[in-house]
Design a protein around this ligand. Structure first.
Ligand code: HEC
Length: 154
């Protein structure tokens, strides 16, 4: 009896996983207008620019790279959710469409997130070792975001 239940549960799970693969995520990146992109419009130090590209741009821009495991449901759905949600909160690709007040506020949120080590998301750095920030990198970003907050406040 118990064996039968385990068997049915396993077949059920397998069936779900097979069918789940039919629901693929949309990986088309919205177009990027260089005139609106943060890294194109703002003069950002090379080191900071590099960090933003590797640690934030996959979820906070329209330049998302999709590794092989984004082909595997249901993990792919979960990742896609983060990208959609991440862009909604902050999209560096449309930076120039933000008003100055919003820009300053986003920069403030950015250093808070990095300070509290909430960003980049731990589940992301788990798969992207190069995006894990060390103390110096965090300090560099925080310092930059703080300066930017002041600049946009003026
Ligand atoms: C794996 C995807 C992912 C990466 C990488 C990532 N973020 Fe996020 N980010 C999100 C998601 C999802 C949200 C919205 C939900 C939340 O606030 O947790 C978010 C929210 C934010 C917010 C808005 C918080 C608010 O209160 O509205 C800021 C600011 C932010 N992230 C900054 C960053 C910075 C800076 C980096 C890089 C150092 C980064 N994020 C990397 C997914 C990501």
């Amino acid at each position: 009896m118990k064996n039968r239940i385990v068997k049915i549960a396993l077949y059920g799970l397998l069936g779900f996983l097979v069918i789940a693969q039919l629901f693929r995520i949309d990986k088309t990146n919205p177009p990027v207008n260089a005139g609106e992109d943060y890294l194109s419009v703002v003069e950002v130090p090379a080191e900071v620019s590099q960090l933003l590209k590797t640690a934030c741009y996959d979820c906070h821009s329209n330049e998302t790279a999709y590794p092989w495991y984004t082909n595997v449901a249901p993990v792919s759905w979960w990742i896609k959710d983060h990208i959609v949600d991440g862009r909604k909160h902050l999209n560096f690709s449309v930076w120039e469409t933000y008003e100055a007040k919003r820009k300053a506020h986003k920069m403030e949120e950015c250093y808070e997130m990095v300070e509290e080590q909430e960003m980049p998301m731990p589940s992301y750095t788990w798969m992207h070792g190069d995006a894990a920030l060390n103390k110096e990198q965090r300090a560099l970003l925080i310092d930059w975001f703080k300066k930017q907050e002041m600049a946009f406040k003026e």
